[in-house]
Design a protein around this ligand. Structure first.
Ligand SMILES: Cc1ncc(COP(=O)(O)OP(=O)(O)O)c(N)n1
Ligand SMILES: Cc1nc(C(=O)O)sc1CCOP(=O)(O)O
Ligand SMILES: [Mg+2]
Length: 210
C-alpha cells in the first residue's frame, strides 16, 4: 500500500468539507471529547465527503465507530491499541495506522502488523502536550531502516518548509495539523502543501490526484 505524501489531520467534518475538495487525498478525522452521537454524525459526514472526492479517510481513536460507519482506515496510539480489538478491526477489513515514539513502542506496533507506522513528534508541536522530546528528522532514517517497506508517516511540527527534510530521511507521508488549521489562509496553505508534496507522489498517487 502507498500513502499519499500529504496527510492532513483535522478535528471536524467542517474542515473536511472545506479542504478535501481542494485535492487532499488522505485525511484523518481527529476529534476529542465529543458525545458519541456527535462523533458518529461527524464521521458519517466526513466519510460522505471523502467518498465524493476519492479521498482516503482515517478515523482517529474511535475504531468501533469507524467499523460501524463503514470506514476503511483507523489510527490508534499505543494506549488506544492496548484496549482495542485488533482482530475485530481486521475482520471488518479496516486498515490500521499506529503511533510510535520509541523503540519499545515500535516493537509493539510492528507486532500488530500495521498498514503504516507514524513517528513523532519530529519537531516541537503546539497542538498538544507531548511526553517525548522532538525526535528530529534523523530518527526517521532509523525507523525507515527498522520497518522495511511498512509505510512511514512523519508527524509533529511539520511545515511546508520542512517537507524536504522528512522525505529525505525516508518518510512516505507527512502529517500536518496546525501548519494548515492555524494558518491565516488554510485554503492557500493547503494548496501549498499539495504543490510541495507533488514531487513525492508515486505514479499511482499522481494519477489519483489528477
Ligand atoms: C498520523 C498520526 N500519528 C500520531 C497520532 C497520535 O495518536 P495518539 O498517540 O493516539 O494521540 P491522539 O492523536 O489520539 O491524541 C495521530 N493521531 N496520527
Ligand atoms: C496528534 C499528534 N501526535 C503526535 C505524535 O508525535 O504522536 S504529534 C501530533 C500533533 C501534530 O500536530 P502539528 O502538525 O500541528 O504539530
Ligand atoms: Mg489516540
Amino acid at each position: 500500500m502507498r500513502l499519499d505524501p500529504f496527510y492532513l489531520i483535522v478535528d471536524s467534518a467542517d474542515w473536511i468539507d472545506r479542504l478535501v475538495p481542494l485535492g487532499v487525498k488522505l485525511v484523518q478525522l481527529r476529534i476529542k471529547d465529543r458525545p458519541h452521537a456527535e462523533l458518529r454524525a461527524e464521521i458519517r459526514r466526513a466519510r460522505a465527503t471523502c467518498r465524493r472526492h476519492a479521498c482516503q479517510l482515517i478515523v482517529n481513536d474511535y475504531w468501533q465507530l469507524a467499523i460501524d460507519e463503514g470506514c476503511d482506515f483507523v489510527h490508534l496510539g499505543q494506549e488506544d491499541l492496548a484496549v482495542a480489538d485488533v482482530a475485530a478491526i481486521r475482520t471488518a477489513r479496516l486498515k490500521l495506522g499506529l503511533s510510535t515514539h520509541d523503540e519499545a513502542e515500535l516493537a509493539t506496533a510492528l507486532a500488530a502488523k500495521p498498514d503504516y507506522v507514524a513517528l513523532g513528534p519530529i519537531w516541537p508541536t503546539i497542538l498538544k502536550a507531548m511526553n517525548w522530546a522532538p525526535q528530529t528528522p534523523a530518527r526517521l532514517a532509523a525507523w525507515r531502516k527498522a520497518i522495511g517497506d511498512v509505510p512511514l508517516v512523519a508527524i509533529g511540527g511539520v511545515t511546508v518548509e520542512r517537507l524536504q527534510q522528512v522525505f529525505a530521511k525516508g518518510a512516505d507521508s507527512a502529517a500536518v495539523v496546525t501548519d494548515i488549521t492555524r494558518n491565516a489562509d488554510p485554503e492557500a496553505r493547503t494548496r501549498q502543501w499539495l504543490a510541495a508534496t507533488r514531487t513525492y507522489l508515486g505514479d499511482e498517487a499522481a494519477a489519483d490526484r489528477s
